[in-house]
Write a protein that binds this ligand. Structure first.
Ligand code: SF4
Ligand code: MG
Length: 328
């Protein structure tokens, strides 16, 4: 259904004086219709770049982004217009993405008008009212301005606006990260309900693994612009393979059932402009060897559906196990 594909695709190059940053490089994944694909990683790993590439806010310098087999990365603005209706994005900060000078009803009506999805003011008003109720707000809330709502309510308004264009695919970039934990859960549950009701497909991006686990069918782990592991959510959380995935999991208290001391992810994320050679995780990896320092690991499928880019896993010298045990 949705295929971000070809091995060296989605290279995002930002030119800075004498520097080239490949924000994402060698990202390759597919998202099935009605599926939620979670993308996790530390800040600066390129997750948001992937989101912006997919909705056409950035163009890839190489590679393809396919929707139902059609490459949308090479489309002109005009050709992209009908796709824009089908692909919508929800951002982290709902306040920044809602025009503070517009009433909520006008914010939600804008895509309905832009894509000509309802004729006449009465029909548009009725549709806006329905959308507000769909996200569990009151139709009368349309008269208010964004600042009159709480963070969670504002995210509901953003979702209503995204749904206004009757999309099939929502790219959600840290949609709950600015919210309190209890409100986060409400928004996640709302998103799950909407997915069921409208058959939506989600790309759900977050640095928070617990949130990603809660909502995703499959999860991709990104490190320095590359996918290092992709697996069904349950497999990833019960049998993480890549050392980076294991270290990330070790930092979530709720998911660590081992009761032992947690080891924080060692070291800093390297400068993406001068990534380390070989496996870019090698300076932080307790299993790094000579090959890791020289050769870039390619993604390899395992028998249970996981895909892992790691020499140590491929060579069988990193034992399987729910958590990483640092070598003595
Ligand atoms: Fe560690 Fe080597 Fe695997 Fe990279 S390829 S994660 S350095 S074992
Ligand atoms: Mg980001």
């Amino acid at each position: 259904y949705f295929d971000v594909s070809a091995p060296w695709l989605n290279r995002m190059i930002e030119r800075q004086p004498k520097q080239i940053l490949r924000a994402v490089d060698g990202i390759d994944f597919e998202i099935g219709q009605g599926e939620t694909f979670g993308l996790v990683g530390e800040s600066g790993c390129g997750k948001s770049t992937v989101a912006r590439l997919i909705v056409g806010l950035y163009g890839p310098t190489e590679g393809s982004i396919e929707l139902e087999g059609r490459d949308i990365a090479g489309l002109s603005r005009q050709q992209m217009a009908p796709m824009r209706r089908r692909l919508q994005m929800i951002f982290q900060d709902p306040y920044a993405s809602l025009n503070p000078r517009w009433r909520v009803r006008d914010i939600i009506a804008e895509p309905i008008r832009a894509f000509d999805l309802a004729k006449g003011q009465a029909a548009i008003d009725a549709r806006v009212g329905d959308l507000l109720e769909t996200v569990k707000l009151n139709a009368r809330d349309g008269e208010k301005y964004p600042h009159e709502f709480s963070g969670g309510q504002r995210q509901r308004i953003s979702i209503a606006r995204a749904l206004a264009s009757e999309p099939e695919f929502l790219v959600c970039d840290e949609p709950t990260s600015a919210l309190d934990v209890s409100v986060q859960a409400q928004i996640l549950n709302l998103m799950k309900d909407l997915q069921r009701e409208f058959g939506l497909t989600y790309l759900f991006i977050s640095h928070n693994l617990a949130v990603v686990y809660h909502i995703s069918d499959r999860v991709g782990v990104m490190y320095l612009g590359k996918l290092v592991e992709v697996a069904p959510a349950k497999t990833l959380f019960t049998t993480p393979r890549h050392p980076y995935t294991r270290l990330l999991l070790d930092t979530i208290p709720d998911l660590d059932m081992s009761g032992r001391e947690r080891t924080p992810v060692a070291g800093e994320v390297p400068n993406p402009i001068t990534p380390p050679p070989g496996c870019t995780f090698h300076p932080r990896c307790p299993f790094a060897n000579e090959r890791c320092r020289a050769e870039i690991p390619m993604p390899r499928p395992l028998s249970d559906g996981a895909i892992v880019a790691c020499h140590g896993i491929e060579e069988g010298r990193i034992p399987d196990g729910p958590m990483l045990t640092l070598p003595a």
